[in-house]
Design a protein around this ligand. Structure first.
Ligand SMILES: NC(=O)c1ccc[n+]([C@@H]2O[C@H](COP(=O)([O-])OP(=O)(O)OC[C@H]3O[C@@H](n4cnc5c(N)ncnc54)[C@H](OP(=O)(O)O)[C@@H]3O)[C@@H](O)[C@H]2O)c1
Length: 247
């Protein structure tokens, strides 16, 4: 019986590490064709090779999500190679949190550029194809921080609230095109994400928070769950945490 994942063409941004990498592995095992985007092209090429060697279908395309033309080229590569784009997983992101009064303006800019504009560029790149196909699925990665704000995490939370606002607007607008939209909001999952913190004391604190982090496959399974639903079932939002996480 079909799992409604097999044969789908899934574009994943931020596929060189953490949640994106784990999802590429999981979906490839379920029979999806995965098109991997990230800046560290050596890593996504190695991953694509590994998936192909295991009998899967995968392609790696060097992509910086802060550049619209590169995200468009990523999606175009999927369409050119495999004829369509069924799922756009807007996953690339970073979390250099710090209190506002430290004025880490460069970190604010990078979070806005990758976490918000990167998602917008993913929408801009995939939406025309999905409209034409009259089918598709956007999966945008928010966070528990897209539901709750804590001191020290204002800008990251703002970007993740923005992902939810964009996704909800998108959900309403794409009804005529038979397109599904899912927001996934993880709690602490063990990835390289805390390494993006530039303030040593905040990084040390976050390492303590991440002691209870759960494996990245927890996220991959939620992606698979959303995709695998029958086409008339639209899972709009998933929020999950480590059982031990209070925040
Ligand atoms: N792990 C968690 O606890 C957690 C919780 C909630 C939400 N999230 C969200 O999950 C997403 C994935 O993060 P992760 O936990 O997997 O962290 P990660 O291991 O650090 O991976 C981040 C990914 O984003 C990519 N990326 C960063 N800047 C990029 C850019 N300009 N262009 C293209 N790709 C870029 C990185 O690839 P390159 O550096 O190779 O470009 C990498 O593949 C993020 O949106 C994050 O906010 C994570």
């Amino acid at each position: 019986m079909s799992n409604n994942i097999e044969g789908k063409v899934v574009v994943i941004t931020g596929a060189s590490s953490g949640l994106g990498e784990a999802t590429a592995q999981h979906l490839a095992t379920e029979g999806a064709t995965v098109v991997l985007g990230a800046r560290r092209v050596d890593r996504i090429r190695a991953l694509a090779e590994e998936l192909v060697d295991a009998g899967g279908k995968a392609l790696a395309v060097e992509t910086d999500v802060t550049r619209l033309e590169e995200v468009q080229a990523l999606v175009e590569a999927a369409v050119k190679s495999y004829g369509r784009v069924d799922v756009m997983l807007n996953n690339a992101g970073l979390m250099p949190v710090s209190p506002l009064d430290r004025l880490k303006v460069n970190d604010w800019d990078r979070m806005v550029d990758v976490n918000i504009k990167g998602v917008l560029y993913g929408i801009a790149a995939a939406l025309p194809h999905m409209q034409r196909q009259k089918s598709g699925h956007f999966i945008n990665v928010s966070s528990v921080a897209g539901h709750k704000v804590v001191a020290g995490g204002a800008v990251y939370a703002a970007t993740k609230f923005a992902v939810r606002a964009l996704s909800e607007g998108l959900r309403q607008e794409v009804k005529p095109y038979n397109i599904r939209t899912t927001i996934i909001s993880p709690g602490a999952v063990a990835t390289a994400l805390p390494d993006s913190i530039t303030e040593p004391d905040i990084g040390a604190f976050m390492n303590l928070v991440y002691e209870s982090a759960i494996p990245a496959d927890s996220f991959a399974r939620t992606v698979a769950f959303a995709i695998s639903q029958p086409e008339d079932v639209d899972i709009n939002e998933i929020l999950f945490r480590p059982t031990a996480q209070e925040f």
